[in-house]
Design a protein. Structure first.
Length: 353
């Protein structure tokens, strides 16, 4: 069976989706949708497929089975809702939405689609591809096994570099309206997701966010320090910045009663009474930026393997909501951007102190 695929948003990250689709015999790219005429021309030249400027036209003309959403953050919601209304399955880049309200509307639409009369329920998947990293998989399995006792805490760092040009060439990245935030929602969200996935749901968020290096260039944050208290009572700490001199490896240390997991370039598993184990990561492809990792293809392949199964994808909108709630709590809580335009002061968010 050939699964008809549509990509909406022909930008940087769409390249890894194109590469993944080309590696799967069951997938066929039928078109690209983008509001920008220049990017449409680039897609026609690069991929040899037709293009459209409106999602409604693309859905009507090509009847895709799966819609890949690789647009700026604020455009995720309307594209996802249109695709679900057309009965398509959706695989979207993170975040689920630029706002909590938008995320909840997507969750409601996905639920309504699942309860509709169609024999095939359209699934929605969210690209938290770092869960497919070898290191993340082994860390999760080790924690869940209890081999080294209970987790006593964790620390993660994201030290990357984003120059002013990164934001000026695509201005949506540096705005509340376009991105929904800065460093936390655009870069560190993957690490936030891993912390809550591995250590369990978060009960409270404390921390500070600020614009330390790019004042006058962006209105969002480039630096953050968060302390997450998980429902188990264990704490994890995230330190993140876009002001590092280069893109350094993301690190995560999980400390257990009788062991220690340390991931970076590779994962080292240390425990009492056993030799250290070292797990190497996959190497990213030439089309992927090194700091993206190499697991997009694994996630996309897994999503496609469940097509027509009737079973929801395991990283669905409800699963993706948790990381968005955590980072929005950091913006709205003490030390956050309490005076930012369009502040979401969402009292349904359980993480706001």
């Amino acid at each position: 069976m050939s699964i008809r695929s549509l990509i909406v948003g022909y930008g940087s990250v769409s390249a890894v989706h194109v590469e993944a689709l080309r590696r799967m015999d069951e997938a066929r790219l039928v078109g690209v949708c983008d509001v920008d005429p220049e990017r449409r021309r680039a897609a026609e030249r690069d991929l040899g497929v037709p293009t459209a400027g409106r999602i409604e036209d693309a859905l009507a003309d090509w009847a895709p089975d799966v819609v890949h959403v690789t647009t700026p953050h604020d455009q995720h919601e309307p594209v996802i809702l249109a695709a679900l209304a057309a009965g398509c399955e959706v695989l979207t880049e993170k975040p689920l939405s630029s706002t909590l309200e938008g995320a909840r509307r997507i969750i409601a639409a996905a639920r309504n689609a699942a309860e509709g009369p169609s024999a095939r329920v359209p699934r929605v998947g969210v690209c938290f591809q770092n869960r497919y990293n070898r290191s993340a998989q082994v860390m999760k399995q080790t924690i869940d096994s209890g081999e080294f006792g209970a987790v006593t805490g964790a620390v993660a760092t994201v030290a990357w570099h984003r120059p002013p040009e990164y934001y000026t060439e695509k201005p949506w990245r540096g705005t509340w309206a376009g991105s929904g935030g800065g460093l936390l929602i655009n870069q560190a969200i993957h690490t936030i997701d891993l912390l809550q996935w591995m250590l369990g749901p978060v009960a409270s968020v404390r921390g500070r966010v600020g614009t330390d290096a790019l004042q006058g260039v962006i209105e969002v944050e480039d630096t953050a320090a968060l302390t997450l208290t998980h429902e188990s009572g264990v704490r994890s700490v995230l330190m993140a910045t876009n002001a590092a001199p280069t893109n350094l490896p993301v690190t995560m240390d999980v400390v257990m009663e009788r062991g220690h997991l340390r991931s970076g370039v590779e994962l080292v598993v240390s425990g009492e009474g056993v030799p250290d184990r070292v797990i190497k990561e996959r190497l990213p492809s030439d089309r992927a930026k090194s700091y993206w990792g190499a697991s997009h293809t694994e996630l996309i392949r897994d999503f496609y393997s469940g097509f027509s199964s009737g079973e929801k994808f395991w990283i669905d909108p409800r699963e993706a909501l948790a990381s968005l709630q955590i980072l929005k709590a950091a913006y709205d809580g003490p030390g956050g951007f309490s005076d930012r335009p369009g502040r979401e002061c969402d009292r349904e968010n359980p993480y706001i102190p």
